[in-house]
Design a protein around this ligand. Structure first.
Ligand code: GCO
Ligand code: MG
Length: 451
């Protein structure tokens, strides 16, 4: 018996025994779950595909949600580059069967039910899988409404999105040159990283940081890292840059959770006289208890969050006003549905956003960052990258960088597409299936340390 016949029969019965309003209410109580209602011709999810591609040599994971309306589909970023195939399995084997047939416009319900569908939750794999679907559903909603995503999120709060780029070098002078190059292109905010001689410094390639193929074959690659020389060098870098470049340029730095908390506190304090725009990840997620102590020590603005998965990690830091910029990887926290709530909570506590935007966020994820940036009052800054020609070909409609700002297209939804045939020509690397720099950073005595 289909639902309509069932309702008609029940209404006959109810109508005989009960007054009209009561009959309607009792029928509602017996009505099937809303998901069944959409099967009779309303918009449905008909397929979900995971696309793995590496046009810039970085493993990207993108999800495509197809609907019962011919030609209507959405794209979402699910990139967890270090474990790309595991995310693909989570989407293809688990979320796809869970979501087929559902109404793609019920974005919040799909997020909440997907979140609970594995019982265990909060991890990078499952959150990325949810994000792939979630962003795609927002994309579909925008396309259906004929509106760019930022409109659905409340409309533009600004003309364009101010960004920062990465400068680095082997010497103080090289970093300065690198900063000047970005300034000449119109950038006002620049992250500065310097190589520590003989060490595998984060964000600045050195000879030692380049993987040794022989060691890779033996699975014995090790990269050297000692925190103290780095902690002595970075304040010298800031001193040099302020002297040479003046006060106008905004300087940022990423500690990348690589130093013991007490050294990080010293470093952030030492950098205060040079007025950084923010210092990122002074502590690892395991050491967030230290933020409280750092706050009492220095007024240097703090950014944190790319490694966070769930509200258990960031909510307290925000509501206790212990950080200044929230820097989560949108897909890592479950996509737009979660990120826009985070942004709203942060707004209440004067915390600004600085969504994670490196090469291992797909162009689809970058587009999602930028749409959200446009629509939230407490936007802070956006980490940006120049897309390679191959990325622009695979993903027509990448956000554009001009005068140091990101601009998005006014096309409906995320405004970005994916050429699947071309994407297939840039397969992800499976040999080795991971990057050697993660899990292989060690102190001089061989002790493994945070990356
Ligand atoms: C950043 C980050 C990245 C990460 C990378 C890990 O601030 O941009 O620290 O570069 O290291 O995303 O895969
Ligand atoms: Mg970082």
């Amino acid at each position: 018996m289909d639902r309509r016949t069932c309702l008609a029969r029940l209404s006959l019965l109810g109508g005989l025994a009960l007054p009209a309003g009561a009959a309607h209410r009792s029928l509602l109580a017996q009505a099937p779950a809303p998901a069944l209602e959409v099967r009779g011709g309303r918009l449905r999810i008909t397929d979900i595909k995971t696309i793995l591609t590496a046009p810039a040599g970085i493993r990207l994971v993108v999800v495509k949600v197809l609907t019962s309306e011919p030609g209507l589909y959405g794209l979402g970023c699910a990139t967890f580059t270090q474990r790309a195939r595991v995310v693909a399995t989570a989407v293809d084997q688990y979320l796809r069967p869970f979501l087929l047939g559902k109404d793609p416009t019920q974005i919040e319900d799909i997020w909440q039910s997907s979140w609970l569908s594995s019982y265990w939750r909060n991890g990078p794999v499952l959150n990325n899988a949810i994000s792939g679907v979630d962003m795609a559903l927002w994309d579909i909603l925008g396309k259906r409404a004929g509106l760019p995503l930022y409109q659905l999120l409340g409309g533009k709060c600004r003309r364009a999105v101010d960004t920062y780029r990465h400068a680095s070098g082997q010497t103080l002078e090289e970093v300065e040159e690198s900063v000047r190059r970005f300034q000449a292109q119109g950038y006002r905010h620049i992250r500065v990283q310097i190589a520590v001689p003989g060490q595998a410094t984060y964000g600045s390639r050195t000879a030692r940081a380049v993987p040794d193929p022989a060691a890779q074959r033996d699975n014995a690659q090790a990269l050297l890292w000692e925190p103290k020389p780095y902690c002595r060098l970075v304040p010298r870098l800031f001193e040099h840059l302020r002297k040479q470049l003046g006060d106008e340029v905004e300087l940022l730095h990423d500690v990348h959770e690589r130093v013991p908390p007490i050294l990080a506190m010293q470093l952030v304090k030492d950098l205060e006289p040079y007025r950084p725009f923010f210092i990122e990840d002074p502590f690892s997620p395991e050491d967030i208890g230290y933020f409280e102590h750092l706050r009492k020590l220095t007024a240097t603005p703090i950014a944190m969050g790319e490694l966070f998965n769930s509200r258990h990690e960031w909510l307290d830091l925000v509501t206790r006003r212990l950080i200044d910029f929230i820097r989560v990887h949108l897909s890592q926290v479950g996509g737009l549905t979660m990120a826009r709530k985070m942004a709203a909570i942060c707004e209440m506590f004067a915390v600004r956003t600085a969504w994670h935007g490196p090469g291992d966020v797909s162009p689809v994820g970058h587009a999602a960052n930028v749409h959200l940036d446009l629509a939230i009052p407490n936007f802070g800054i956006q980490e940006a990258r120049e897309f390679t020609q191959a990325e622009q070909d695979v993903f027509p409609g990448c956000p554009e960088l001009r005068d140091g700002y990101y601009w998005v297209h006014d096309k409906p939804g995320l405004g970005i597409d994916l050429d699947e045939a071309l994407a297939a020509r840039f397969p992800i690397q499976d040999d080795p299936p991971f990057d050697y720099s993660w899990g292989n950073l060690r102190h001089r005595d061989g002790t493994v340390t945070k990356p």
